[in-house]
Design a protein around this ligand. Structure first.
Ligand code: BGC
Length: 714
């Protein structure tokens, strides 16, 4: 284990701790300022029975209104810890997922910006805001790769791709922790949920997951590998049972894979009640079994269910758990507290927060993450001087634009779509109508030739335990679009859904579609800037957009088939009644200008395995032109295919990307470097490998990119 300085202090502390005090460090309880148990919990803190507190009222969060804590409350709690015999500070944690006071877009949308640096800045802003309220540990980033948008928690993570997820992971960890989580305005991050939770069968939350070791290594682990490399201080074990093993009780996953293969040296916390749930999950007979199994698997801290606190002492006394096992977990927790600077400063001074800057960041990332899906006859951007009707359930909405998992945000801080449009286009004749009966809509829509339909879903239709069986465009919303279309209007769909939805044939009802997501406090401004051309759209889908629910799961990096049913890339029919291809592929996104790959050149078309093993990289130069009349940001994506390897590799794998601004008419050179790690893949046992043969490279602006070069590995 890496020692974060001063480890003699940890050893000295350990030597003075009683067994009860040690178990106390492994016990995390949840608390709210208004909780009737506050005094009782403080007393337990003084007695050394609690090592960490989680600010949360319940396992299933709602947005806003929780008032779980503030700085004074956190100070009182740390004061109680300072009254304990050994004066060990508490680790105070909170779900800081994509917002605190400032609400950024949901992570699935932030990822769609493909802008690593900006994502990092957003997480830095969150760290400073949460830190000022006394939070020292954030339960984020959530890195669950998911291929099923029915799963409500899909909005909390970076989407379906391992590389995008990995770069998101590194950016978020750097943003939260900076050079050190002990520094001013920084906090300890927690990569969650390890591992495979996003594969929950049928998109049903808490459900069974079935993942082969091959898929685990190449699809689900990369984001965690990246978080570990970025130095993430903690990892949360996931609720799911994976191929017969509930993760919370799996030594193979939490110790052999996470620590021995990935090299993680921080501490592992269970998810809420995850230890106790081992009984319901069918691998333990009682609470004592659960506690022993989880600790021995590699869980160091028990979240909320107090199973460790209730059973570990007796398990040690009975000789079923060793003191070394307890000490190992306690040492990891104490190391994290040391690393987070808690011994030096249990309570920190607040830092200055530049709220204007945070809002500007929120607007920028919202603007960069919205995806232009369709723009027939260049309907967008709209003129600021025309007449426009704005309607639909999201036109005046604030609450749902924040997205799920924003317990510290206030809907009052959200700029609505209507407010955004009025601010961006003050001279526009704007007619608005919110929730009007469909039969009245004719009169409303007759007021202008262009209708903006702000459609979407409630934030409560996504997040934990909020899954949907049907993710198609809701019938009443499709009816609105149909009405506008039948009236001969130009129809702009502004889609404020958290998850990708299945638009099916309803796509034809719109002339233009901007996928805005749940875009946070600046949603209205960002959307308006894009609709009226103050900003050029540049977001690219972080998840495939299916045509229909029946296609799910649908993802771009599918395995090749021996029969011609690789529908993602051809119009072959996997179904009798539906195409095999998505409506829009992963990585897709239009702009008001157009980009074109001009040419590509590999510096060396042949590389040997020996050269690659020695660190040499394949260097690919790609020239891209902005062929339109506006400046704009492009996201150049590089995919590869290894058509013959000892394991079947996917039809496409994203291996590099770069976002860059190109002026109208400009041609720019992009350089991608692919080493062993990018070209190779993991065998089921976790060994990185690459074999001789040809590798195809594809450069473009989505997963349908065209082949641009071939590399020979000899
Ligand atoms: C969620 C976690 C979250 C924890 C604490 C659980 O129900 O799965 O993601 O961090 O609650 O709120």
């Amino acid at each position: 284990m890496k020692k974060w300085n001063d480890s003699p202090k940890i050893q000295e502390l350990l030597s003075r701790m009683t067994l009860q005090e040690k178990i106390g460090q492994l016990n995390q309880r949840n608390i709210c300022a208004y909780d009737e148990h506050v005094e009782e919990i403080k007393q337990e803190v003084r007695e050394g029975k609690i090592g960490s507190l989680l600010f949360s009222g319940s396992a299933i969060p709602e947005n806003g209104g929780m008032e779980a804590f503030d700085l004074d409350f956190t100070r009182e709690l740390q004061e109680a810890a300072m009254e304990s015999r050994l004066k060990i500070p508490l680790l105070l944690g909170r779900d800081v997922i994509h917002g605190f006071e400032t609400i950024f877009p949901i992570p699935l949308m932030m990822a769609a910006s493909f802008d690593d640096r900006l994502i990092e800045e957003c997480y830095s802003a969150l760290a400073a805001e949460a830190g000022n309220a006394g939070v020292r540990w954030a339960f984020a980033p959530m890195l669950d790769l998911s291929r099923d948008p029915r799963w409500g928690r899909v909005i909390e993570g970076p989407g379906e791709d391992p590389l995008l997820g990995s770069r998101y992971a590194a950016s978020a960890v750097r943003g939260f922790q900076g050079g050190s989580p002990a520094q001013e305005g920084r906090l300890l991050a927690c990569a969650k949920h390890f591992i495979g939770y996003g594969a929950s069968e049928g998109g049903r939350d808490y459900h069974h997951t079935e993942i082969s070791d091959y898929a685990l290594q190449n699809q689900y682990l990369p984001a965690f590998r990246a978080a570990v490399r970025a130095g993430v201080g903690s990892v949360m074990a996931s609720f799911n049972e994976l191929s017969g093993q509930p993760v919370t009780g799996s030594r193979r996953l939490l110790t052999e894979v996470l620590r021995e293969q990935l090299g993680f040296d921080g501490f592992v916390v269970s998810d809420w009640g995850g230890v106790e749930q081992l009984e319901a999950q069918g691998v333990a007979e009682n609470g004592a079994d659960c506690a022993r199994l989880a600790l021995q698997a590699g869980v160091d801290m028990d979240m909320a269910d107090q199973c460790f606190a209730r059973h570990l002492e007796a398990e040690v006394m009975a000789g079923r758990v060793s003191m070394e096992e307890i000490d190992r977990a306690v040492e990891r927790v104490l190391q994290a507290k040391l690393r987070a600077g808690l011994f030096r400063q249990p309570v920190r001074e607040t830092v200055n927060i530049d709220r204007v800057k945070h809002r500007a960041l929120a607007r920028r990332i919202a603007g960069e993450s919205m995806v232009l899906l369709k723009n027939d006859r260049n309907l967008l951007p709209l003129s600021k001087k025309g007449r426009v009707v704005l309607t639909g359930c999201m036109a005046q909405n604030r609450d749902s634009l924040m997205g799920a998992w924003t317990p510290d945000g206030s809907a009052d801080s959200v700029i609505t779509i209507e407010e955004g449009i009025r601010a961006v286009a003050p001279e526009l004749e704007l007619f608005t109508e919110s929730c009007t009966l469909l039969s009245d809509m004719t009169a409303v829509m007759e007021q202008a030739d262009t209708v903006i339909l702000a459609l979407g879903e409630s934030a409560r239709a996504s997040g934990e335990f909020h899954c949907l069986a049907d993710i198609s465009l809701p019938e009443d919303q499709a009816a609105l679009a149909l009405r506008a279309r039948r009236l001969g209007k130009k129809v702009v769909g502004l889609l404020c859904f958290g998850r990708p939805i299945a638009l099916g044939d309803t796509i034809s009802l719109f002339d233009a579609v901007l996928y805005a997501g749940h875009a946070g406090c600046e949603a209205g401004m960002a959307a308006a800037e894009l609709l009226f051309g103050d900003r050029n759209p540049s977001g690219h889908l972080s998840m495939t957009l299916p045509r229909s629910v029946g296609q799910l799961p649908l993802y771009y990096n599918a395995a090749p088939s021996g029969r011609p049913v690789n529908g993602y890339y051809t119009e072959c029919r996997n179904y009798i009644d539906e195409s095999g291809s998505p409506l829009y592929p992963f990585g897709y996104g239009l702009s008001y200008t157009s980009f074109q790959v001009e040419k590509a050149r590999l510096e060396k078309e042949t590389l040997s395995l020996a050269e690659l093993s020695a660190g040499e990289k394949a260097v690919l130069h790609v020239w891209v032109s902005n062929t339109g009349e506006r400046d704009g940001d492009t996201v150049l994506q590089l995919y590869l295919r290894d058509p013959a390897a000892s394991m079947a590799r996917p039809l496409r794998e994203l291996k590099a990307y770069e976002r860059r601004t190109l002026s109208a008419g400009e041609t720019a050179e992009f350089v991608f470097r692919l080493g062993l790690e990018e070209l190779g893949y993991y065998l089921p046992d976790g060994l990185l490998t690459l074999e001789k043969g040809e590798i195809q490279l594809f450069a473009g602006f989505d997963a349908w990119a065209e082949e641009c070069a071939k590399l020979r590995i000899v």
